[in-house]
Design a protein around this ligand. Sequence first.
Ligand SMILES: [Zn+2]
Length: 90
Amino acid sequence: MLSMPDSLEPMPEQAARIAILIVDRPMCLPCIATNVDMSIASVMGYLEHISKSVTVSRSATERCRQCGRAAHTVSIVRDGGARPGERAPT
Ligand SMILES: [Zn+2]
């Protein structure tokens, strides 16, 4: 017998996939949705979920690393000290 808890998962697999995709890499919602094969609405729901555990940064001007458009992008900011190898954008 299998029980399927649908509200108690701390970080569902789908949310983890989105998180991995956008760590240090701003991406627009359509590109994220394409990458994980989900609807934009689902992606937004998972982002909400992710933002409870990590810092989700939203930008209206950052370029999407996937399609290159300057759009509303989201990324995960890893905080906690110095970032080795950080360089000024060229
Ligand atoms: Zn994009």
